[in-house]
Design a protein around this ligand. Structure first.
Ligand code: SF4
Length: 189
């Protein structure tokens, strides 16, 4: 992998600096609720695999949160399998690929779900609040909202990236893991 591994101790820092909004939201909700529903676990779990979180660290990461909600035993029984499965260690042993923006944008989250693309699935008010939290200034927020209103969600994400990192992203965002690696390239250069 281009940037090697992301270890458990770094994960909160890289989440803040280099996760796109869809993954920031899932990550924060998991930390807050100690739980995510199926599609949220899939969307975030496969992304984390893509950024280089190893299976053992992934199991420790999910277990630390889920144990607080459902207990360690239930985690081992009901949830650990699907994490190993995402890493191709169970079932058909397929090494599953992280979701692209196109796929995430096409998902249809219900109430209580946190997966999907916030630029498409959040209310305008919630997008504005999230952008402020990410450090986008008010002019930047208006530019992003303009793209959202025209349903150009990936362009909205690209403008967010540019506002946060202070430099252009000419290719444009089309995959959460690309957002992550483009961000790390800038921050580590
Ligand atoms: Fe995530 Fe892609 Fe939406 Fe950005 S445009 S928030 S990377 S799904």
């Amino acid at each position: 992998r281009e940037f090697g591994e992301v270890s458990l101790k770094d994960i909160d820092n890289v989440a803040k600096s280099s996760f796109p909004l869809c993954m920031r939201h899932l990550f924060d909700k998991l930390r807050e609720d100690h739980h995510l529903k199926h599609w949220g676990r899939m969307q975030l779990g496969l992304f984390l695999k893509g950024v280089g979180l190893k299976l053992d660290d992934a199991l420790a990461f999910w277990k630390a949160e889920f144990s607080q909600k459902v207990g360690a035993e239930r985690f081992d029984k009901e949830y650990a399998y699907s994490i190993r499965h995402n890493y191709g260690k169970e079932g058909k042993r397929v090494d599953y690929t992280p979701y692209s923006c196109q796929k995430i944008i096409s998902l249809t989250p219900s109430v209580g779900d946190h997966h999907g693309c916030p630029y498409r699935h959040f209310s305008e008010e919630n997008i504005r609040a999230a952008l402020c939290k990410m450090g986008v200034n008010s002019g930047g927020v208006e530019d992003v909202m303009d793209k959202v209103r025209h349903k150009h969600y990936q362009l909205a994400c690209t403008l967010t990236f540019e506002a946060i990192h202070g430099c252009p992203n000419d290719a444009g965002i089309n995959h959460p893991n690309q957002y992550f690696s483009d961000s790390q390239k800038i921050l580590k250069s």
